[in-house]
Design a protein around this ligand. Structure first.
Ligand code: DGJ
Length: 742
């Protein structure tokens, strides 16, 4: 890894074994972009990549020169109004109403490691040698606004982390109306655009289309990163697949409003912008004030999407997630939500826990309904004290009973919300986000607390900490069940109302930081009506997230498959629930429900007392299996083999670091009568190892399994031999592969 500066040509070259990123100071003094892709040799003179031509109708920078036009030049921090008609990365509104800026290169510095982003989640380094950071100092002389552009290149993998810090060193206030974290100008548009999109209960489906001329974008203006679009984007070459080909993944380490956009201009250049959504953002900067953008990540690969995903997985597991749980396998839990909803007593909960303990479950999680007057979703949010009618001994008492069973205890909170029917609202009706004199919109009968205000965050922290200090709580599920509307804070002036969405998220991060600091061994699982805030920002505080409220195994295949494009298996909250399933009323075999949930954190969301004796024996076997293989499943190398978006079958696998063990999951949606013979080509094995396959004890070399494939034929449907279990819809199988001496 190195950061090279060619003084004569003013070219910067960041490189490691995988990638090169090349920029230069342009003839007009601004920063130009030259290359991002597979590592290339360094040399003096990359300035030949500067593309200039005397094109008619172009707006030109220098008098008497028709060649240099910002309309065509690739840039690092493009602004608007001076000849570049593409979307800008920065817009600064000034006292006189102008939005023109001209950020001139001033100087640079190189830091070993990676500086922290104050108040924001970001990837980090442990040892200085893991990464180097180039900081470019740019300066707009009219406003006195400085921009520090941060580029961190990691020693390993094709990763580049970027952010920008603005500081007003002028004498007048300015308003940042747009402050994107990343601009990448690509020299062609021969890409497929892949996004993870959906809605509540069908989050992060893989959607793909050809990049086309004009602007295409995904984003959120809901205050949370959203069920609808994940802050993740892939541009892949049309022929690239899971196994081979070029792709660039973009991920935004942020949990609020975001925009990811690609604009293909008339000359087929593609400009990618990633950052806070400018439509709901403005930041007022008094002299000497500064603003730090969140971090945006780019991962380049020339080895296919699985390679790109594995780079994100390792980065997120090792250098985004933090603390006690970062490297630990996740406890197998049981959550009472789908078992009881709001209808429970302490004894009922203990009965559920007892049966779970008998099966080998390690953690009992009490979901919504334990506090205040919370008998339904009309009341109680904000009153984080146990409802002693339901829990006579409070949370401490229940936690003690659970602990005596030999299990850990976990608890649900929804810290950012309040019901009007609550003591908190009655005492502080002015603490919610709302616009004076305007009607306020509710979601699930609840209102959003103004987390831009420190006193609000302080109060919620104290209520939560009080419980955690007194009761044996080792896990928190942090929920968020509505998006934000009427985003107005009564404690800020009119010039700062554009800041409230971002200040809100900073308040959320602050609460997370305070709780995780005081209670470092508590495992946090994030949730937002399922997967409405499943993003890298939250992953920094909560190493796992409830991926979706949809717990149906078939629906989960798509959700978890899509999620795995960016997020590690150890972060994907996944449970076995009852059939018929509560979201889609589908009945799937118990083994298929587990076979899907294994590729995640794993747990149960049902009352095990209602299962038959035979089913309980199966559950015991499932839990024993997960305990044995969870390290491999959650922290091994994960490969997608067959997409559920493309056919009737899905397959994926996890391989141990030493490649001696692998678990393959194979799934078929609908049964097929008299089907063809099928194979799945495996990946990530050692070609020279001989593997024994659990299903039938057969032995095969790695190269056979990866090139010829694992035989998955099941052509018996309609004619099942008497001694075999008939195959059904929603069938699945696990294959465990172990390297053996031959
Ligand atoms: C939405 C979550 O996603 C569910 O798992 C559950 O916790 C409910 N909220 C409780 O209100």
């Amino acid at each position: 890894m190195s950061i090279i500066f060619h003084e004569k040509t003013k070219v910067f070259h960041l490189q490691n074994d995988s990638i090169s990123y090349i920029m230069m100071v342009l003839p007009n003094g601004q920063m130009g972009h030259l290359y991002f892709g597979k590592r290339i040799h360094d040399r003096e003179g990359f300035e030949n990549l500067l593309e200039t031509a005397p094109r008619p109708m172009s707006s030109c920078t220098f008098e008497g020169d028709k060649y240099f036009s910002l309309e065509h030049v690739k840039q690092e921090l493009p602004s608007c109004g001076t000849g570049d008609y593409r979307s800008p990365a920065v817009e600064v509104k000034q006292e006189n109403g102008s939005r023109i800026s001209d950020f001139q290169y001033h100087s640079y510095r190189v830091e070993s490691g990676k500086p922290k982003l104050p108040g924001l989640p970001a990837t980090y380094t442990k040892d200085k040698g893991e990464a180097e950071t180039l900081v470019l100092n740019l300066y707009d002389s009219v406003t006195g606004l400085w921009a520090e552009l941060f580029y961190t290149i990691f020693a390993q993998g094709g990763i580049l982390a970027r952010s920008i810090r603005y500081c007003n060193k002028g004498s007048q206030p300015v308003q940042l109306e747009r402050a994107m974290s990343l601009c990448l100008d690509l020299p062609d548009c021969d890409y497929d655009w892949v996004q993870l999109s959906g809605a509540w209960a069908r989050e992060r489906h893989v959607k793909e289309r050809r990049l086309a001329m004009g602007v295409q974008s995904i984003g959120s203006m809901r205050g949370n990163s959203s069920h609808e679009h994940n802050p993740f984007l892939i541009l892949k070459r049309p022929l690239a697949s899971e196994q081979q080909g070029e792709a660039i993944g973009f991920s935004f380490v942020y949990s609020g409003n975001f925009l990811m956009q690609a604009e293909v201009d008339a000359h087929e250049n593609a400009r990618v912008l990633v950052g806070i959504h400018p439509d709901t953002f403005a930041w007022y900067l008094e002299p000497e004030e500064s603003f730090q953008t969140p971090e945006a990540l780019m991962v380049y690969t020339d080895s296919g999407l699985n390679d790109m995903s594995q780079t994100f997985h390792r980065l997120f597991q090792k250098r985004l997630a933090r603390g006690y749980w970062r490297d630990r396998v996740r406890p197998i839990l049981i959550n009472n939500w789908e078992a009881t909803y709001f209808n429970f007593t302490e004894d009922k909960l203990v009965q559920i826990a007892e049966k779970a303990k008998e099966c080998g479950v390690e953690l009992f999680v009490l979901d919504d309904g334990w506090f205040g007057a919370r008998n339904n979703d009309f009341a109680g949010l904000g009153d984080w004290r146990a409802n002693t009618e339901r829990l006579p001994q409070g949370i401490a008492g229940l936690a003690e009973r659970i602990s005596q069973l030999g299990m850990k205890f976990g608890l649900w909170f929804e810290p950012e919300m309040v019901n009007k029917d609550s003591d908190l609202y009655r005492s502080h009706p002015d603490w919610i986000l709302e616009v004076p004199k305007r009607a306020n919109t509710h979601g699930r009968n609840q209102y959003v607390l103004d987390f831009s205000r420190k006193e609000v965050v302080d109060c919620i922290f104290e209520m939560m900490a009080e419980i955690l200090r007194k009761a044996k709580v080792s896990y928190i599920k942090w929920d968020m069940n509505r998006s934000i509307t009427e985003c107005f804070s009564k404690s800020f002036g009119s010039e700062r109302q554009g800041e409230i969405f971002h200040r809100y998220i900073l308040g959320v991060y602050d609460l997370y930081e305070r709780l995780t600091s005081e209670f470092p061994e508590v495992l946090f699982e994030s949730c937002a009506s399922g997967g409405g805030r499943f993003d890298p920002g939250i992953l920094y505080y909560a190493p796992q997230g409830w991926a979706s409220d949809n717990s149906d195994a078939v629906e989960r295949m798509k959700i978890q498959y899509g999620t795995s494009m960016c997020y590690p298996i150890s972060s994907i909250g996944s449970h076995v629930s009852v059939t018929p399933n509560h979201q889609v009323y589908r009945s799937t075999p118990l083994h298929t429900r587990a076979n899907v949930a294994y590729f995640g954190t794993f747990g149960y969301e049902l009352d095990l007392n209602k299962l038959t004796g035979e089913e309980i024996e199966e559950v015991k076997t499932q839990i024993a299996f997960m305990k044995e293989y969870r390290h491999l499943l959650q922290f091994g190398r994960f490969y997608r083999l067959k997409s559920p978006f493309e056919g009737n079958e899905m397959a994926w696998m996890a391989v141990s670091e030493d490649r001696k063990t692998a678990v393959v999951g194979w799934y078929r949606m609908l049964n097929v009568v008299n089907d063809r013979f099928t194979r799945v080509k495996l990946q990530g094995l050692d070609k020279d190892f001989c593997y024994e396959i659990s299903q039938d004890g057969s032995r095969h070399y790695g190269d056979e399994l990866m090139n010829l494939g694992l035989v998955t034929s099941d052509a018996t449907a309609g004619q099942t031999p008497e001694d075999e279990i008939p195959c059904t819809d929603f069938e699945s199988r696990l294959y465990i592969l172990k390297a053996v001496e031959v």
